[in-house]
Design a protein around this ligand. Structure first.
Ligand SMILES: [Zn+2]
Length: 344
């Protein structure tokens, strides 16, 4: 018992000393912490803040930025200079015969999309489709062609002419990216030709994005497929819609456009006892766009007349080329098709 009591007192004493000691240590630690903050961290934070204000983080070190790309065909991952990647994407997406300002606009869109995938992968990991890289070279991300592939595809003459022009478009805009309200633009979508007006993103895809709003696309005169007629027999229409959507009671009186989006694309179309989206109809009959009208020719054929080519959201490539011919520069083109963006 005695021994126990003695031990208890010793423990109490030790405990008291420890408490005093701990309080002392805390005061010292707090003082040291404050000194470290004032002398080291605060200046670093301030420097980082002002530095970031001057140069958006994605543009820092722009000369040396690399892109890790999964090459689907070869099944391997390669590392490329950012601008080599951007030029290889522009070459895959836009004719080199387009105006320089249109090619520059495409280069900024390609770079913005590529880097947005990199940033997303840094936060959430690479896609399950290509876990070794944030980007792949197919339409899953965006199409990229290497110099060797382009030489084979387009010939040496093109490499000395078209490829040089595209490289120039990438280099002239090196490192430039689109921002919206200070945030990186993640979906700089584009399409071949709108048919006169682009679409709100939510009318074609799921989410409403502030920079993907319906705008006029005035200079598409040179675009192909401005007005294309596709004839589908009523029997084929009936069969396809019945097989895919289980529709019945399909005849000339029960096929009609119900509603259109702001950009003019078919939103809802009646087909017998079913209502299909314009996008469904476009896919089912391989139409160039969901911006179409329907008519009947008197011999049991439906005539689809389509306007434009592609989904209609974001930048119209032919519209961009038309704007460039009218004297608009690449920033004006981008700011026309992507509402409220800055190019930095
Ligand atoms: Zn991909």
């Amino acid at each position: 018992m005695k021994i126990r009591g003695h031990r208890k007192r010793r423990i109490k004493l030790k405990f008291k000393f420890r408490i005093k000691n701990r309080a002392l240590v805390r005061i010292c630690a707090a003082a040291a912490g404050m000194m470290v903050f004032a002398l080291v961290l605060l200046p670093l934070l301030l420097a980082a803040f002002f530095h970031a204000g001057d140069i958006p983080p994605l543009q820092q070190d722009r000369e040396n930025r690399k892109i890790t790309l999964y090459r689907q065909q070869e099944g391997r991952t390669v590392i490329l200079d950012l601008e080599t990647y951007v030029a290889g994407v522009v070459a895959g997406e836009m004719p080199s015969s387009f105006e320089m300002e249109a090619l520059k606009a495409q280069a900024v869109a390609a770079r913005t999309y590529g880097l947005s995938k990199v940033v997303r992968a840094e936060a959430a990991g690479n896609s399950a489709e290509h876990f070794s890289a944030p980007l792949c070279d197919t339409t899953h991300c965006q199409v990229y062609r290497s110099e060797e592939e382009l030489t084979e595809l387009k010939g040496q003459g093109w490499m000395e002419d078209g490829w040089l022009k595209i490289r120039q478009a990438a280099e002239a805009t090196a490192g430039e990216i689109m921002y919206h309200n200070g945030a990186l633009v993640e979906q700089p979508l584009f399409h071949s030709a709108s048919g006169g007006k682009t679409e709100n993103s939510e009318d074609v895809f799921v989410s409403a994005l502030p920079y993907l709003r319906s705008v006029e696309s005035r200079f598409e005169e040179e675009a192909p497929y401005q007005s294309e007629n596709i004839s589908v027999s009523l029997a084929t229409f009936e069969k396809k819609v019945r097989e895919k959507y289980g529709a019945s009671n399909i005849n000339a009186n029960t096929i009609k456009v119900i509603s259109r989006s702001e950009g003019g694309r078919v939103q809802e179309m009646q087909a017998g006892d079913k209502v299909l989206s314009g996008r469904d109809v476009r896919e089912l009959f391989g139409l160039r766009s969901a911006n179409f009208t329907i008519a009947f020719d008197g011999s049991n054929n439906i005539i689809f007349t389509t306007h434009g080519y592609g989904h209609g959201v974001g930048m119209s490539q032919w519209g961009a080329n038309g704007m460039a011919k009218e004297g608009y520069n690449y920033k004006e083109i981008l700011q026309h098709y992507y509402i409220g963006v800055t190019v930095e």
